[in-house]
Ligand binder design. Structure first.
Ligand SMILES: CC(C)(COP(=O)(O)OP(=O)(O)OC[C@H]1O[C@@H](n2cnc3c(N)ncnc32)[C@H](O)[C@@H]1OP(=O)(O)O)[C@@H](O)C(=O)NCCC(=O)NCCS
Length: 198
């Protein structure tokens, strides 16, 4: 199977992500285009979306999986990112290295388990390496079992575990993957990537 991936510039990408989050209504954190633009503007970022035909109407191509990432570095100015950097200090090396943070992502329920997220992850790694990034970091929660299982398959390593005192299911898990020359050889998805410019 060849995965169809679109890489978007900021404005149109933000609208596409808002659409998939809102329209399909199953992702836990819904971001608006305004929020997405505010976060990504002025920093290196990557917006990827995979599309696929509807099973009962193969002529209709719909967005099924997405992944949004941006660079994090010292110093950050946005409160949420200042907090993130603080929490990652001592667990991720930033000095002289470029770190990409996977902010949001997911696959629509009916398309899960078909390799869409692996394809987006591999494309993200491919892009990140070409841009000179050294590591990809992601944050999840203990109770996001599907995401944890998936990140395990994608060879992300836990770098920090932040226990929530009242509910362990809410504990935060920080994972990372170092980008090494051999990373590219572990990739196995066939992908067609189209770039859409604003
Ligand atoms: C996690 C999620 C993105 C996976 O997407 P997907 O398109 O189904 O993933 P893929 O089919 O590309 O699978 C990638 C790898 O993860 C594995 N995997 C997928 N779902 C899994 C699960 N529920 N448990 C364990 N492993 C899983 C696959 O077997 C595959 O491994 P392989 O390539 O070595 O065989 C999707 O289930 C999702 O959107 N879940 C909800 C999102 C969420 O929880 N967000 C919380 C915020 S972090």
């Amino acid at each position: 199977m060849e995965y169809r991936i679109t890489q978007y510039d900021l404005e149109q990408g933000a609208l596409e992500i808002q659409y998939i989050e809102e329209y399909f209504g199953e992702f836990p954190r819904k971001k608006t285009a305004v929020e997405i633009i505010r976060r990504l503007k002025g920093r290196a970022h990557l917006i990827l979306l995979a599309t696929a035909p509807l099973p009962d109407d193969p002529g209709s191509i719909v967005p099924v999986s997405f992944k949004v990432a941006h660079e994090i570095k010292i110093p950050e100015t946005e409160p949420k990112l200042i907090d993130l950097m603080h929490r990652l200090q001592g667990f991720v090396q930033f000095d002289g290295r470029r770190v990409l943070y996977t902010w949001i992502g997911g696959t629509r329920r009916d398309w899960r388990g078909q390799g869409f997220f692996r394809a987006l992850t591999e494309q993200q790694e491919h892009w990140a390496m070409a841009q000179g990034f050294d590591e990809i970091v992601v944050k999840t929660k203990n109770r996001f079992y599907e995401m944890r299982g998936t990140l395990d398959h994608l060879r992300f390593e836990v770098v920090k575990y932040e226990r929530n005192a009242s509910d362990n299911a809410e504990s935060k898990v920080y994972l990372s993957k170092k980008l090494l020359p051999e990373t590219i050889h572990t990739h196995r998805s066939a992908r067609t990537v189209v770039e859409v410019k604003d």
